[in-house]
Design a protein around this ligand. Structure first.
Ligand code: UT7
Length: 382
């Protein structure tokens, strides 16, 4: 039987600290006027020292599960799209799985820069369509503030931190994620990059290392080239995905693009001969939050009443890789009322999940202490 992956929950989290352009101009040689005119950004949120990509992702996912009214133990797959994981491994998704107490879920991270959410949505919806899983939590989460060169005004003014999540659930009712196109072009890899932490430590012999030419572990971008690429691929991916879904732009109620720059969207809208009202923009408030930007904008669009049941919405992402892609989704849910008392009660279960996680860690330590390796060091022996 055909399975369709419907969005049944959504949730977002933004760190409390909001940094305006004026505040930034006290640390960097820039102005509110320059940033707003070139990008449409007025402010961004910056994670507190105790927050990580995983804690942001957890907050967004917990809210999305509340809306979906799905217990974490029922979740079968957690995907986190991110370029700012705390570790290369374990994945951010495993940490989120643990924080949620999603004890029956597989979990992995997905790296596709600012297109990550669209890529992850496709991976999850196909897993549902094939019957591999019944539901999935798809999260875009970033702490971009940790990977910026705060001396480089051409990049540090653009990005922000945050997380957004959706819950997908399988159903035999047609709808949900209807068509997706994913594309990439690695020949443009150098246009937007973030080197991995240890990639420049090439071992020579013993404890000696040489570097391979890369010295920075911060975001590097050729803004003009990325700008040109973005305006082209937004238009083509929307056209391609509509063709795949056998729809026209007139069938689309709203386009939610990756929130990088208002001017990019204006240029793409002109190319498509579409009014700007067809596009949802919140880059003014959040800056560019990379993989988190589309689900963050989705939450705001739902809050603003921009999506009604049976509306078709297009998500379109573009960014480092180079990667780009678009999805057409039939929006078939009315936002439910989540009573506060229920919400508070649901929080208790996350506290309990952390307690169970600590207990498992403690049990592992005790078990390691009472077992010892055999004489050849081959493995545990009682
Ligand atoms: O999410 C991934 C996708 N990323 C993007 O979509 C980013 C795409 N690119 C862009 O949005 C734009 O290229 C930027 C907003 C990054 C830059 O805008 P631009 O109009 O392309 O500016 P530019 O880089 O050509 O720089 C113009 C001038 C330069 O000064 P000179 O050489 O003309 O004297 C820069 O030094 O603006 C200067 N500048 C700044 N001035 C004040 C660069 N950054 C700043 C700044 N404040 N923050």
């Amino acid at each position: 039987m055909m399975r369709y992956a419907h969005i049944v929950g959504w949730g977002c989290y933004l760190p409390d600290r909001r940094v305006t352009n004026d505040e930034l101009s006290r640390y960097v040689d820039t102005t509110d006027e320059w940033i707003y005119q070139r990008t449409g950004i007025r402010a961004r949120h910056i994670a507190a020292p105790h927050e990580t990509t995983a804690t942001l992702a957890f907050e967004a996912a917990a809210r999305a599960l509340d809306v979906a009214d799905l217990h974490p133990s029922q979740v079968e797959l957690v995907i986190v799209a991110t370029s700012t994981p705390e570790y290369m491994f374990p994945s951010t998704a495993c940490k989120v799985q643990d924080y949620l107490g999603a004890s029956h879920a597989g979990a992995f991270d997905l790296s596709a820069a600012c297109s990550g959410f669209v890529y992850a949505l496709q991976m999850a919806s196909q897993s549902i369509a094939t019957g591999a899983v019944r539901n999935a939590v798809v999260i875009g989460s970033e702490t971009m503030s940790r990977v910026l060169d705060w001396q480089d005004r051409s990049t540090c003014v653009l990005f922000g931190d945050g997380a957004g999540a959706v819950v997908l659930k399988g159903s035999s009712v047609p709808g949900g994620v209807m068509a997706t196109t994913l594309r990439s072009d690695g020949s443009g890899a150098d246009l937007l990059s973030l080197p991995a932490l240890y990639h420049n430590r090439v071992p020579i012999s013993g404890a000696e290392y040489s570097t391979n030419g890369h010295h920075k572990n911060t975001v590097d971008m050729d803004g003009r080239q990325v700008y040109r690429f973005a305006t082209n691929v937004i238009a083509t991916s929307i056209q391609d995905v509509l063709k795949k879904a056998e729809l026209t732009v007139d069938d689309i109620a709203l386009i939610i693009p990756h929130q990088a720059n208002t001017r990019i969207i204006e240029t793409a809208a002109k190319k498509l001969k579409l009014p700007m009202e067809k596009f949802y923009l919140n880059v003014e408030h959040n800056g560019n939050t990379s993989a988190a930007s589309i689900p963050l904008a989705l939450c705001d669009a739902v809050r603003d009443g921009r999506l009604k049941p049976d509306d078709n919405v297009v998500f379109v992402g573009f960014g480092g890789g180079l990667t780009w892609g678009a999805s057409v989704v039939k929006w078939d849910v009315t936002p439910p009322e989540v009573p506060l008392i229920d919400h508070e009660w649901r929080r208790v279960r996350y506290i309990m999940a952390r307690g169970r996680s600590r207990l498992r860690r403690w049990q592992r330590r005790v078990s390691a202490a009472v077992t010892r390796p055999d004489e050849n060091g081959q493995g545990p022996k009682r």
